[in-house]
Ligand binder design. Structure first.
Ligand code: SF4
Length: 249
């Protein structure tokens, strides 16, 4: 069989960044979105940084196997589903080793009219981390460059297939933390039956990084919010969810 290669930005052998359990974390190169708040603009481009085959990556994973028994392998980015063939083959190999697989995605590439490839990936995926940027499609377009229809459709699709999902939300003061929008987001999430957790993380001002890369940064005036602010964003979303249904949250 032809070997499948991935365009890898980097990987961390033992990371607890995206999950409480130590995992092998892979950052894929390339993204279809251009989120104004992105703190990884070095992953925007699809140009090759580090080309690795599935076999090469599995060799790396094998070296840390004993330390990632619980966390398994997380594939993140960038947007990993740009390289869906690599994700498929890697997850297939990871599952053959009996390790857990986590897909961290924006959902922007989901196409409800053709789910043939994503269905194969999902058949090897234990949990999806879905990053929702904004519940309002027009504001989402201003924030990321694209409307949110595919993202919300993907959330519904995962729910219908009962695939466990963690929601990731970046709290950006003045941009996506308006109370009405948070309530609307909570009402949407309440319609899903597969959410395992809601992770709200603070916006990080990345102006210096963008400047060092000669990129325009449009959120210069926004500061990283306090812990209390982030907690309040999460509580508001959860309240809306609880008001809509008796969820486990
Ligand atoms: S989806 Fe993630 S990696 Fe892509 S631009 Fe947005 S924040 Fe950055």
């Amino acid at each position: 069989m032809t070997e499948v290669f991935g365009n890898i930005n980097s990987f961390v052998r033992c990371s607890a960044l995206l999950t409480q359990e130590t995992a092998f974390l892979i950052y894929m190169q390339g993204c279809v979105l251009r989120c104004l708040h992105c703190n990884a603009p070095e992953m925007f481009s699809c140009n090759v940084n580090k080309k690795m085959s599935v076999n090469d990556m599995m060799s790396e994973i094998s070296q840390t196997e004993n330390f990632i028994k619980k966390g398994g392998v997380i594939i993140s980015g960038g947007e990993p589903l740009i390289q869906i063939d690599f994700v498929t083959e890697l997850f297939k190999a990871v599952k053959q080793k009996g390790l857990k697989t986590t897909l961290d995605t924006s959902g922007a590439l989901f196409n409800p009219a053709d789910t043939s490839k994503i269905d194969i990936v999902l058949s090897y995926t234990d949990i999806v981390i879905l990053s929702i940027k904004h519940i309002n499609s027009e504001t989402n377009r201003k924030l990321t460059g694209q409307p949110n229809a595919n993202v919300l459709a993907f959330a519904k699709y995962l729910s219908a297939k009962n695939i466990p999902m963690r929601i990731n939300y970046v709290a950006i003061p003045t941009v996506n933390s308006n109370r009405n929008h948070l309530l609307e987001l909570g009402e949407f999430l309440a319609t899903l039956n597969n959410i395992k957790s809601l992770d709200v993380v603070p916006f990080i001002n990345s102006e210096l990084k963008y400047k060092s890369m000669n990129l325009e940064y449009r959120l210069s005036d926004i500061k990283t919010p306090s812990k209390e602010y982030v907690q309040n964003v999460r509580d508001t979303i959860l309240d809306a969810m609880r008001n809509c249904k008796k969820s486990g949250f």
